[in-house]
Design a protein around this ligand. Structure first.
Ligand code: CA
Length: 364
C-alpha cells in the first residue's frame, strides 16, 4: 500500500509503524471477507458512565464496527463506572485486559512526559494546525514511536477545541492570587500553574463537583461550556476564565499493538477508518455543544462572569510554559524531537493561519 493510499484510508499512523508487519500479516492471515472469522474486543474509557460527547465516540465506534463487519467484529464499551480505574486504562490496554481504551494521552505524563504533547500544548497549535501536523507534519509517526515502545498504538479520538481556563471561586487579579490555590488541572498546564505557586491536583471527572463543593479544590478546569454546565460547576464558582493551556485537546484511542496485529487486515482497516470517523464527529460535536452550552450559560446563569486572565498573568503563564518545555527537552531527547517537530510546524503553519482564519475574523 502506498503512502498516499494509507493517508486516504486514514491508516498512516498504524501503517507507519506496522507497515512491514501488516504486509506480512496480509499474506499470513487469510481474508476474513465472507468467512466466519469473529472478533470480540473490549474497550475501557476514562469517563463516568454515559458521559456526554466523551463516551458517545466509542459507542458510535462499536456500532460502526458491527455494521461494517456484518456483526463479525464487536466491541464492548466499559466506562470507568464499571472497571473502576479511569487512570488505569493505559496499563489495562498494555497488559491486554482490554484491547482498547478511550482516554487522553496527557493522563500518561507520569509514564513518559512526552506523551502529553500528543494531547495539546499550552500556547501551542490550534485544532486545524494540530491535525495538519498529525497527518502531514510527522505527528502520527512520532506518536506511534512513543506509544509503540509500550506495546501500544495511539489514534486520534476527537478534539475538544480550545478549553476554558477553569472555574474559580474568586477573581484572579494578579499572579500572586495563584499562590496556594488548589486547582484541578492535568498535563503541562498543571505544572505551569505550580510554578506560579498553585497546587495542581488530578481527580477523575466523577469526583470534581464534590471536591469543589467541599473545598478540597479551590478551582477546577475541566473542558468548556459543552460539558462543564452538566458538571454543575456554575452552581459553586462564579468566575469562568478563558483558556490558554489546552488550545486543542485531542482525545485518544489506545490500542494493544499485538491485538491489532492479530486482526485480519480488513478488520484493521475497519477499525482505523471507524476511529478516524468517530474522532471527526466528536470534534464537530464538541463545537456544536459548546455553542449550546455558551447560550445556556448566558441565559440561565447570568451570574457567571466570563473573564480573561489579566495580561500580567498570561505573560507569566507563557514564560513558565516556555521554560518548562525547554527543561523537558534538555532532559529527554524524544521529548525534544516531538516538541521541536511541533514548534517547526507551528511556526510555518501560523503564518498561514494569520492570513487566513485570523484575518477573516477581523473582516466578517
Ligand atoms: Ca481540561
Amino acid at each position: 500500500m502506498k503512502r498516499r493510499e494509507l493517508l486516504r484510508y486514514g491508516m498512516l499512523g498504524a501503517a507507519a509503524t506496522l507497515g512491514w508487519a501488516c504486509r506480512q500479516r496480509t499474506e499470513a492471515i487469510p481474508s476474513a471477507a465472507g468467512s466466519a472469522v469473529r472478533v470480540h474486543w473490549r474497550l475501557a474509557t476514562s469517563w463516568p458512565p454515559n458521559f456526554p460527547v466523551f463516551e458517545e465516540g466509542p459507542r458510535r465506534l462499536a456500532e460502526r464496527l458491527e455494521k461494517m463487519s456484518g456483526g463479525r467484529f464487536t466491541l464492548e464499551v466499559d466506562s470507568a463506572g464499571k472497571h473502576k480505574a479511569p487512570f488505569g486504562v493505559f496499563d489495562m490496554v498494555r497488559n491486554g485486559t482490554y484491547q482498547m481504551g478511550h482516554t487522553a494521552a496527557y493522563y500518561w505524563k507520569g509514564k513518559e512526559v512526552v506523551m502529553s504533547l500528543f494531547t495539546t500544548v499550552p500556547f501551542g497549535m490550534n485544532v486545524l494546525e494540530q491535525y495538519a501536523w498529525f497527518f502531514y507534519g510527522g505527528g502520527m509517526e512520532l506518536m506511534q514511536e512513543v506509544f509503540g515502545k509500550h506495546g501500544l498504538l495511539s489514534f486520534l479520538a476527537g478534539n475538544t477545541g480550545v478549553q476554558m481556563g477553569g472555574w474559580f471561586r474568586r477573581e484572579i487579579r494578579s499572579v500572586q492570587d495563584f499562590r496556594g490555590l488548589k486547582v484541578r488541572i492535568p498535563g503541562l498546564g498543571g505544572e505551569v500553574l505550580a510554578r506560579l505557586g498553585a497546587e495542581p491536583i488530578i481527580l477523575p471527572a466523577g469526583e470534581l463537583y464534590t471536591a469543589l463543593e467541599k473545598r478540597v479544590i479551590d478551582a477546577v478546569e475541566w473542558v468548556s461550556p459543552a460539558i462543564d454546565l452538566m458538571m454543575g460547576f456554575q452552581e459553586i464558582a462564579e468566575y469562568y476564565y478563558l483558556g490558554w493551556h489546552e488550545p486543542a485537546a485531542e482525545l485518544q484511542y489506545l490500542v494493544n499493538k499485538r491485538s491489532f496485529e492479530e486482526l485480519p487486515p480488513e478488520f484493521q482497516a475497519m477499525l482505523v477508518t471507524a476511529m478516524h470517523e468517530t474522532a471527526l464527529e466528536t470534534t464537530a460535536e464538541f463545537f456544536a455543544r459548546n455553542v449550546e452550552g455558551l447560550e445556556a450559560l448566558r441565559t440561565k446563569y447570568p451570574h457567571v462572569k466570563i473573564l480573561r486572565f489579566p495580561d500580567e498573568v498570561v505573560a507569566a503563564l507563557k514564560q513558565h510554559t516556555r521554560q518548562l518545555l525547554q527543561e523537558y527537552a534538555a532532559r529527554d531527547p524524544l521529548f525534544r524531537r516531538v516538541w521541536e517537530s511541533q514548534q517547526r510546524f507551528l511556526e510555518r503553519a501560523r503564518r498561514w493561519t494569520e492570513i487566513s482564519e485570523q484575518y477573516y475574523f477581523t473582516i466578517r
